[in-house]
Design a protein around this ligand. Structure first.
Ligand SMILES: Nc1ncnc2c1ncn2[C@@H]1O[C@H](COP(=O)(O)OP(=O)(O)OP(=O)(O)O)[C@@H](O)[C@H]1O
Ligand SMILES: [Mg+2]
Length: 366
């Protein structure tokens, strides 16, 4: 349905896409993942010519949209686009937002556009919001309107660029539910996302982007469980594991807490569990272990999230003489650490550079 050949996109200061060659078939649901700045947005903006490729060819249903003199506007209409920031017209009601393009561009009558608009609003769960102005709606509702507006143009494929990343965590689910429905109905979609659980659940293919192109293309099982190439492996590992090295008492503790917060959100860990991890690390690491370490110390905190049982394994390793923090005389901190986890195990291995090791499992608690 879409074929991309030797696509290259240069900006004055960056070349995000060097040589992209992929084919997208009807009914494909493709998640595009990868580190920031690897050209995920650029790729989907090039596909519908919002960004003009530097070189290469893009075919849509066999027609080359990149060809000189091609009817870009007409071919582009086959592709709907949903952005991070909804882009609704604030001076129009919800239904007017949805009706305007089908009337202007598809030549639909007002009645037709209205009927279809109402049907689509019902489909995204907003049948009663037709006369609202976007201003009074939540982010999740606005994004669902934006999806309905895109669907009103009857696109053959929908391109999403991080459709949930501007939303509060509580609203992500409602937008994902709408996209999940579309996938079930066989809608062809390309979705740039940082929501890995969601990506895995709904797509049949994953593009991992790196090094100027689609670095690895595979099924979700392959990419998430058994990636073949080095950079994909590293990326997937970093999704599930947060490593933080502390070598000074003045390290950026706030920054570390923010990383835990982001790591938790990325993995959809409950807020309560995130809090427990933070509180455990604060007591165990900051209050108990660091104060007793000698000047040249090294501490490594590793947090690994396990999806099956919503718990996180927190491992703290440090160098120096054996020191069992579970026997610390800082009773208050020990009590607080134990509040976050009932399972702290200390071990010492002189063979290791970081010979002290403290393991804890932090569960979701009611
Ligand atoms: N309009 C532009 N002008 C100049 N450089 C740009 C432009 N758009 C993107 N870039 C650069 O191209 C590279 C790829 O950007 P792009 O937005 O496609 O990345 P991304 O994978 O979508 O990242 P993120 O996950 O942060 O959204 C970056 O280095 C970016 O700075
Ligand atoms: Mg982007």
């Amino acid at each position: 349905m879409i074929r991309i050949e030797h696509l290259r996109k240069e900006y004055p200061t960056a070349v995000p896409l060097k040589d992209v060659n992929v084919e997208i078939h009807k009914g494909d649901v493709i998640s595009v993942i990868g580190p920031s700045g690897t050209g995920k947005s650029t790729l989907i903006r090039c596909i519908n010519m919002l960004d003009k490729p530097t070189s290469g060819k893009i075919f849509v249903d066999g027609e080359e949209i990149t060809a000189k003199g091609s009817d870009v506007a007409r071919i582009r209409r086959k592709m709907g686009m949903v952005f991070q920031h909804f882009n609704l017209f604030p001076h129009m009601t919800v239904i007017e937002n949805i009706m305007s393009a089908p009337m202007d561009l598809l030549g639909k009558s007002k009645q037709e556009a209205y009927d279809k608009g109402i049907e689509l609003l019902r489909k995204v769960g907003l049948g009663d919001k037709a006369l609202n102005y976007p201003d009074v709606m939540s982010g999740g509702q606005k994004q669902r309107v934006a999806i309905a507006r895109t669907l009103a143009m009857e696109p053959e494929i929908i391109l999403f660029d991080e459709p949930t990343s501007a939303l509060d965590p509580t609203m992500i689910g409602e937008v994902q539910a709408v996209i999940r429905d579309l996938a079930k109905q066989g809608t062809t979609m390309i979705i740039v996302t940082h929501e890995m659980k969601f990506a895995r659940e709904i797509c049949n293919r994953v593009f991992y982007m790196d090094e100027g192109g689609v670095y690895e293309d595979g099924t979700p099982e392959q990419i998430f469980d058994n990636p073949q190439k080095e950079k994909t492996r590293q990326f997937i590992r970093h999704l599930k594991v947060l490593e933080y090295s502390i070598t000074s008492r003045d390290f950026d503790f706030i920054g570390f807490n923010t990383q835990i917060e982001e790591f938790g959100r990325k993995n959809r860990i409950s807020q309560r569990t995130i809090y427990n991890i933070q509180s455990y690390v604060e007591e165990m690491c900051m209050q108990i272990i660091l104060p007793q370490l000698k000047d040249l110390f090294e501490t490594l905190v590793t947090i690994e999230y396990s999806e099956e049982n919503d718990d996180a394994d927190v491992v703290i390793r440090f160098n120096g003489e054996p020191f069992d923090p579970t026997k610390s005389d800082n009773e208050l901190s020990l009590m607080l650490a134990k509040k976050a986890t009932d399972n702290i195990i200390y071990s010492f291995d002189p063979e290791q550079k970081l010979s002290n090791r403290v393991d804890a499992q932090i569960h979701w608690r009611q």
